[in-house]
Design a protein around this ligand. Structure first.
Ligand code: NAG
Length: 498
């Protein structure tokens, strides 16, 4: 009994502590222990008839699992622990004094860290840096994880996709990646980690946050942002890839999900050129009958992106998940449609998105059955809507899959378990075109049946809007959750013969 009482007392203390810790921490608590949310005062009177309500109810009835469901999914290979902490608070705890800022391309010491942090905090700009000294980094990471109010999360696309898949009790999930003790403890029990993937220390990514107007010494942040740094060698080298491929033999998955290619970019050209070749060769060893989904993440090097397309990563996978930045960047790197567009302005135009998706499937995919490429599916996500583009004859249940992904985006960003109509809004256009250039078809979105379908060549497009969270709590990992959910609701048609 005394044990229970002690736990209760500690919990009360902890909650009490957090409640005095400021609004962010309260949100954090609400998000993680699931206290009931109070009805929002901004609830619209006619919310029952709102478009948001109509769409959300339609999703509830129209999203159904496919007849053929996956039973075993293998996910690899980037995984880490994200620690989100107050930047100024952590640096003070490390006993460094404020001073003048200076950028460093790589960080060698606490002093470098402080100077780079001040440099970016003063500008309110996001930045990510590599910390070279392993021992010092481990000490800082430990201090960060123990800092009062630090939030510790599962990080890395593969681990996040694994976590989402593990919410389906009938699905066996294998996760390969650098899994240390802390990450292992946080992972869902259902996830199997092969012994070769376990390592003694975690790969920590430290995310130093600061608020708009926050001051340290003579530096003041013009806006809220974050400074990220790590000493992450395993993920940078994709060191788990070979183990991952080797473990598939035993595990016999019916779907493979691959991510973390983008992490190699940070190593510099010589290293990634070499490593990418090895990666392609490892991926090619995966049995041809097992579909591979590749989750892309932000890359900045055009040559690297080009290599991913041309050195055959795209053609040897069956499915790709990406967002609007990655989509446009692919077109820039490969001189595809709308490559002259420097960046999207506001909500990406559906016609342009459709043009680039079609180009990828025709140039690097299997839109022509005589092509050598395997790529037949692209799950595109942007804030306001998602599109699932598939080559005809290979995939089923696309409408449910794209809606399921959008429902997760609409739910998870607000931190809830289901769509809360009072907290979301429709931002997708209700009218758009199948292409940016002629000949094009005018298309509309029907909220009561919120999937618009169109065809071009041998490719079918399914679009559904997102109910965008008005005050998102945490958007990291949203793309991973969308892709994972979309895969759970997708099925492979079996009749094709290669
Ligand atoms: C579409 O598929 C047909 C065969 O079914 C093929 O002849 C044609 O070239 C394909 N079109 C494109 C644009 O790949």
């Amino acid at each position: 009994m005394w044990r229970k009482a002690l736990v209760a007392a500690l919990l009360a203390l902890a909650v009490g502590f957090f409640y005095h810790g400021g609004p962010d921490l309260q949100e954090h608590i609400l998000q993680y222990i699931g206290l009931p949310n109070f009805p929002s005062s901004s609830l619209r009177l006619n919310s029952k008839d709102s478009l948001e309500h109509v769409i959300s109810s339609a999703w509830q009835t129209l999203i159904t699992l496919p007849t053929q469901q996956w039973s075993k999914v293998a996910v690899g290979v980037n995984a880490c622990v994200d620690v989100v902490v107050s930047g100024v608070g952590l640096l003070q705890a490390l006993a460094v004094d404020p001073g003048t800022g200076q950028d460093h391309e790589v960080l060698h010491s606490k002093e470098d860290l402080k100077e780079a942090f001040i440099h970016f905090m003063g500008r309110g700009a996001a930045a990510e840096r590599f910390f070279t000294d392993k021992e010092t980094f481990q000490r800082i990471a430990r201090a960060a994880a123990e800092y009062p109010g630090a939030k510790v999360y599962v990080g890395g696309n593969a681990a996040l996709i694994g976590q989402k898949l593990a919410t389906y009790p009938d699905l066996m999930v294998l996760l390969c990646g650098p899994v240390g003790p802390k990450l292992h403890e946080m992972l869902d029990e259902q996830i199997v980690v092969p012994p070769d993937s376990l390592q003694e220390t975690d790969e920590y990514h430290l995310i130093l946050e600061y608020k708009a107007g926050e001051k340290w010494g003579s530096t003041q942040a013009p806006q809220a942002n974050r400074f990220i740094f790590s000493h992450d060698v395993s993920n940078g080298e994709m060191s788990s890839l070979e183990t991952f491929v080797a473990s598939l033999e035993d595990f016999q998955p019916d779907l493979v999900v691959l991510s973390g290619l983008h992490m190699m970019e940070g190593q510099g050209r010589e290293l990634w050129e070499e490593r990418l070749k090895e990666a392609v060769s490892a991926i090619s060893d995966i049995h041809k009958d097992i579909p591979i989904h590749l989750e892309l993440a932000s890359m900045t090097d055009r040559d690297f992106m080009n290599s991913i397309m041309q050195e055959q990563v795209m053609p040897i996978v069956s499915s790709v998940g990406l967002n609007e930045q990655e989509l446009l960047f692919l077109s820039h790197a490969g001189e595809g449609p709308h490559a002259d567009l420097p960046a999207w302005k506001g909500i990406p135009d559906v016609g342009r998105v459709s043009d680039i998706l079609l180009w990828i499937l025709e140039e690097h995919g299997r839109s022509d059955p005589s092509s050598e490429a395997d790529l037949t599916r692209i799950h595109f996500h942007t804030l306001a809507y998602h599109v699932l583009a598939t080559v005809d004859g290979y995939w089923g249940n696309q409408a449910a899959a794209v809606m399921a992904g959008a429902r997760v985006a609409s739910t998870q960003a607000c931190g809830g378990q289901s769509v809360d109509i009072s907290k979301v809004e429709l931002r997708a256009p209700l009218e758009f075109h199948s292409s940016h250039t002629e000949p094009r078809k005018k298309l509309t979105l029907n909220p009561a049946e919120p999937v618009t379908v169109w065809r071009r060549g041998n490719v079918t497009f399914h679009l559904t809007p997102v109910l965008v969270c008005k005050q998102p709590l945490r958007t990291v990992g949203l793309g991973d959750a969308i892709s994972a959910e979309g895969l759970v609701y997708s099925e492979l048609k079996t009749q094709q013969s290669f």
